[in-house]
Write a protein that binds this ligand. Structure first.
Ligand code: T46
Length: 142
């Protein structure tokens, strides 16, 4: 499984750092929504779902956390601890966010507006979607 981490360009000077993100330039999709989570309790794991079509970039702009990505056949844990790094999370990728430091702020740039019908919250249903997708791709290659 290929993990795509973007390293953004910080514009630093003697005042500090600034990171600017533009759609289609720094971010590979149109940014339709931004949300962020903070004050995450000790030992809390969030997520436990995949998306049918949503693409996102996760940036831990303060503190640190870990992201577990699972494509249905492989799992990887990716630490996020730098405000200039963004983790790309594609559709059909199970995600769990955990190990938040008390000061963590996890910001997410999303390709679509909030839509509960895009969520797959059952792991077995997720595996079925992954398999169906692989079968469709194999059929279209014939
Ligand atoms: C994802 C991971 C990384 C909204 O009303 N609008 C929104 O845009 C979002 C994201 C959430 N909500 C509401 C829905 C729930 O009542 O906020 C509440 C918490 O959302 P959720 O339980 O889905 O949060 P996480 O941390 O499990 O997942 C979120 C995103 O929902 C999800 O798309 O990929 O962060």
């Amino acid at each position: 499984m290929q993990v795509v981490k973007y390293v953004f360009q910080p514009h630093g000077d003697d005042r500090g750092q600034l990171v600017a993100l533009e759609e289609f330039k720094d971010i590979p999709f149109r940014i339709k929504r931004v949300y962020y989570m903070y004050d995450t309790g000790k030992g809390v794991t969030r997520g436990y779902h995949a998306h049918k079509s949503l693409e996102q970039i996760l940036i831990c702009i303060h503190g640190s956390c870990k992201i577990m990505l699972d494509n249905g056949s492989e799992k990887k844990v990716i630490p996020l601890e730098k405000p200039y790094e963004g983790l790309y999370v594609s559709h059909l990728m199970w995600r769990e966010m955990f190990d938040f430091s008390p000061d963590a702020v996890l910001m997410v740039l999303a390709s679509e507006l909030y839509d509960e019908s895009d969520y797959i919250r059952d792991y077995d249903v997720f595996l079925k979607h992954v398999q169906e997708c692989a079968e469709q791709n194999a059929a279209s290659e014939v």
